[in-house]
Design a protein around this ligand. Structure first.
Ligand code: FAD
Ligand code: 2HG
Ligand code: ZN
Length: 489
């Protein structure tokens, strides 16, 4: 209550008692329920389930349940629904908007024990997995078969497919493979009353009425628990190339992006933006040798994926020569092998982790028309600086204001790295950032979702009519309101 002064625990929800705990022990068996931090599972510790990846949000659950099958999830949810016990679905707990941890004492339902790859069709490229499978393991399974998972992101080592679908994660190659709204073919979902909705089709085309699974893609665990996912996977490219280059202005970044689309067209698989300050932070934290000499205000990473290594490399060389001779790009480098590619990618993928190095971080994951994209970073930096909040010493809470993101998707990640979570900083940022975005008809959440962080601000991106319809949908699927309460809906 101290942390969330404007929100009270909903008294309609029951308090956990020993009868409830005994039910879950009987249902799930030893080792699957974590109770009060000490339980049948001797090493059980509730802290990791109560605290989010940024250590910004803290819940107070007293019970984590880890069912091992869809059937067990169904029975567990039915019991929660009948007994008015609130539930938070949790996958890899890498979400960045406070959606995956409880606010009060909601039960955490972890999907980590449902982690089997159910089937793969090597002709159609259709994969069916349990929701608790880790993204990186699934991608490794597909690599052996010559396929790729149509989503990749920095948290791949711990995030789960169910969490990816529940957040409609975008990631590093959306520009090439598209959104999960298009790639997910079917879902198996347990509704709050325990009903199993089996829509685990592998059909590509299926125009038979409302496409209900779409509501769970990006639904952030507010309507039910995703237990199975069927997804269309593309062929893995034989040839992958990565280039990293420096640019002197955001106008030049836009110019380079247009050239890349024109010249690399069908082989372009990523076009990522990093500002100079984000790269300084990565350098400060990791102490790694920079890919390019000197300081530049902007950097971009381009990846191509195709079927002919020589042809692709030639195209990329020509592109780099062109943009350098036209002085669009001031310096650049091309990876020669897989380890160099990985190393160039680490300057982009590593930013999120490095930003947390000083203490707190404020994150704004936004969609804005491309021409205005970087202006938000400049305006925010100016606003915090003029308030005297940015500096090198401890009395200045802000370490740096950085911008980076998925240029190809007009998706900016504005991040404010701080020495501590600080009310004065937060008040300068919110609602300022959201107002700035609404004025340009942008979106206050491009790919991370709303969770708890953006709950008060949904109105900046959605009309009253749409919010009303969302509430009616919530009512329909979850009339008792037990699924991930206190979050955006
Ligand atoms: P969790 O964090 O456990 O949960 C996220 C939300 O989904 C919660 O609301 C939770 O209740 C709900 N949920 C989880 N599992 C289920 C389920 N089975 N059924 C119903 N609801 C469920 N995101 C991007 O979009 N693009 C990126 O490039 C990206 N990069 C990241 C890099 C790093 C280093 C980190 C830490 C995060 C990144 N994220 C990114 C955010 C995050 O990883 C993604 O949102 C991811 O999809 C969350 O998966 P998860 O399994 O960790 O879900
Ligand atoms: C990324 O693109 C992720 O790296 C995380 O979406 C962005 O940390 C962030 O703000
Ligand atoms: Zn991102």
């Amino acid at each position: 209550s101290e942390k969330y002064p404007n929100m009270k625990r909903d008294t309609r929800f029951s308090q956990l008692n020993s009868r409830h705990v005994q039910y879950f022990k009987d249902l799930l068996g030893g080792g699957s329920a974590v109770i009060d931090g000490v339980s049948v599972d001797a090493s059980a510790d509730l802290e990791p389930f109560n605290s989010d990846w940024m250590r910004k949000y803290k819940g107070h659950t007293k019970l984590v349940i880890k069912p091992a099958s869809t059937e067990e999830i169904s029975q567990a949810l039915k019991y929660c629904n009948d007994n008015m016990l609130a539930v938070v679905p949790q996958g890899g707990n890498t979400g960045l908007v406070g959606g995956s941890v409880p606010v009060y004492d909601e039960i955490v339902l972890s999907t980590s024990r449902i982690n089997t790859i159910r089937s793969f069709d090597p002709v159609a490229g259709t994969l069916v997995v349990d929701a608790g499978c880790i993204l990186e393991s699934v991608d490794q399974f597909l690599a052996d078969k010559g396929y790729i998972f149509p989503l990749d992101l920095g948290a791949k080592g711990s995030c789960q497919i169910g969490g990816n679908v529940a957040t409609n994660a975008g990631g590093l190659r959306l520009l090439r493979y598209g959104s999960l709204h298009g790639n997910v073919l079917g879902l198996e979902v347990v509704l709050p009353d325990g009903t199993i909705m089996d829509d685990l089709t592998t059909l590509r085309k299926n125009n038979t009425g409302y496409d209900l699974k779409q509501l769970f893609i990006g639904g952030e665990g507010t309507l039910g628990i995703i237990t199975g996912v069927s997804i269309l996977c593309p062929q893995r490219s034989q040839a992958v190339n990565v280039a990293f280059f420096a640019l002197e202005s955001f106008e030049k970044v836009q110019h380079a992006y247009r050239e890349a689309k024109q010249q690399l067209s069908e082989i372009l698989s990523a076009f990522e933006l990093m500002d100079g300050r984000s790269q300084d932070l990565v350098h400060n934290v990791t102490n790694k040798k920079r890919p390019l000499e000197g300081d530049h205000p902007f950097y971009c990473l381009i990846e191509t994926s195709g079927s002919n290594a020589e042809h692709d490399k030639e195209k990329l060389h020509q592109f780099l020569e062109h943009v350098m001779s036209e002085e669009i790009v001031s310096d650049g480098t091309l990876a020669d092998n897989a380890s160099q590619m990985q190393s160039l990618w680490s300057w982009r993928e590593g930013i999120t982790e490095c930003l947390g190095h000083w203490g707190g971080v404020y994150k704004y994951d936004v969609s804005i028309p491309l021409s205005d994209l970087y202006e938000l970073v400049e305006d925010t930096r100016a606003r915090l600086s003029s308030a005297g909040l940015v500096g090198d010493t401890n009395e200045h809470p802000v370490v740096a204001v950085v911008g980076y993101g998925h240029m190809g998707d007009s998706n900016l990640h504005l991040n404010v790295a701080t020495r501590r979570f600080d009310k004065a900083v937060e008040e300068k940022l919110e609602p300022f950032v959201y107002e700035w975005i609404a004025k340009r008809n942008g979106s206050i959440s491009a790919e991370h979702g709303l969770g708890l962080q953006k709950k008060p601000y949904i109105g900046y991106s959605r009309s009253e009519t749409m919010i009303r319809l969302m509430k009616q949908i919530k009512e329909l699927f979850d009339p008792r309101g037990i699924m991930n309460p206190y979050k955006y809906i």
